[in-house]
Design a protein around this ligand. Structure first.
Ligand SMILES: Nc1ncnc2c1ncn2[C@@H]1O[C@H](COP(=O)(O)OP(=O)(O)OP(=O)(O)O)[C@@H](O)[C@H]1O
Ligand SMILES: [Mg+2]
Length: 346
């Protein structure tokens, strides 16, 4: 028996009330396999005594039947006050009815997060999944435009905002709530409150995937979102040049600190292909791919620069709506969606 096999078995133990397991939450601190015995050290931050009890029981259920484990000893250290990264996760709560939450993030602005979030959402929905897309960018919302929707959402009797339906997705964006193009001026705590409200006071209903289009950067808003919602994984978007990679690296380390798993990286604007088929790596050649290797995370897609991608975004018809045979970019988004589903099945 090896600690790796034990950890693998513990991936079946979910944190009570969450869809995520105790390994990805970072609660398992150490596993020791000795002759005739296996010891697991777990740290839980909670005031609810039922939680460590249930984890204890489920760990035994997952390990006792394994061959060659010997005597299984589960040590649970219950911490009351939050102290480190782990509490950021255990303080999270999931959004009722939503099975999986996937954030799309980048450090640098303008690298194509909203484009990726929109197309990924459409490609996920094309597999039959029920998908929602939430534009968390209060300052520069773009999802409303990318879906060509200017409808104003209404509220239900519980005062929840009813999302807009477009291309088979449920959409919510600050862009739906703004008076024509007026800039939003919200600062610090208010921004945090708005974001919270956005995620929780929306009538999402039953969803397999909720995609969050995060604003650029690695600041408070991004942290609040990932710390207060049970984000199952994040897709990092970058362009191939160094200035974008530096910020992508920062984003990856921010998510690692709060124990949000990285699903993978999408290199956007990877090249431009001219009519004669020659590829020009305008922002550098495969910088994103090399960075992913360095960070040891999967590459989900390389998306070329294509005029139809930009046009699709401006005209409310994301490219992934095109049949995949007619567009390499559309094909790449549909493949990336498959990788997301494999990484975190609903
Ligand atoms: N692969 C691509 N080919 C052509 N145009 C693209 C591509 N990716 C993105 N664009 C265009 O670049 C612009 C910026 O993209 P987008 O809004 O998705 O970036 P963003 O990272 O969400 O920006 P922000 O940081 O402001 O939120 C948009 O006009 C979009 O249509
Ligand atoms: Mg954006």
């Amino acid at each position: 028996m090896t600690p790796e096999l034990i950890k693998q078995a513990l991936r079946n133990v979910r944190y009570p009330g969450f869809s995520r397991d105790i390994i990805s939450f970072g609660l398992v601190k150490e596993v020791r396999c000795e002759a005739g015995s296996t010891q697991v050290d777990i740290e839980v931050q909670t005031k609810d005594p039922a939680i460590p009890e249930q984890i204890f029981k489920e760990c035994h259920a997952a390990l006792d039947e394994l061959p060659d484990v010997g005597e299984v000893k589960i040590n649970i250290d219950i911490k009351d006050a939050p102290t480190g990264a782990a509490e950021a996760n255990t303080g999270k709560s999931s959004i009722p009815g939503v099975k999986r939450v996937v954030a799309v993030a980048s450090g640098k602005g303008g690298v194509g997060k909203s484009t990726v979030a929109s197309n990924l959402a459409i490609a996920l929905a094309a597999t039959g999944a029920r998908v929602g897309l939430c534009d968390c960018d209060l300052y520069g919302p773009s999802i409303a435009m990318m879906f060509g929707s200017h409808e104003r959402p209404s509220a239900n009797e519980r005062d929840e905002i009813i999302p807009i339906n477009a291309h088979g997705l449920k959409l919510m964006s600050m862009g739906f709530l703004l008076e024509d193009r007026s800039p939003v001026i919200v600062r610090g705590p208010m921004a945090t409150r708005y974001t919270q409200q956005f995620l929780r006071q929306v009538e999402w209903g039953e969803l397999d995937y909720l995609i969050l289009d995060l604003p650029p950067g690695t600041g408070d808003i991004q942290l609040t979102i990932v710390q207060t919602v049970a984000v199952d994984g994040v897709v990092i978007v970058t362009t191939p040049q160094e200035v974008a990679l530096i910020d992508a690296r920062k984003a990856v380390s921010m998510f690692a600190k709060v124990n949000v798993p990285i699903i993978g990286l999408i290199e956007n604007m990877a090249w431009f292909e001219c009519d004669h088929g020659t590829r020009y790596p305008l922002f550098g050649d495969a910088g994103g791919v090399r960075e992913a290797e360095r960070l040891n995370i999967p590459v989900l897609a390389q998306i070329p620069i294509e005029v139809p991608i930009r046009e699709g975004g401006d005209q409310g018809k994301p490219i992934a709506l095109n049949s995949i045979g007619t567009s390499n970019a559309s094909l790449a988004f549909h493949q990336a969606a498959k990788s997301v589903i494999e990484a975190i099945p609903a």
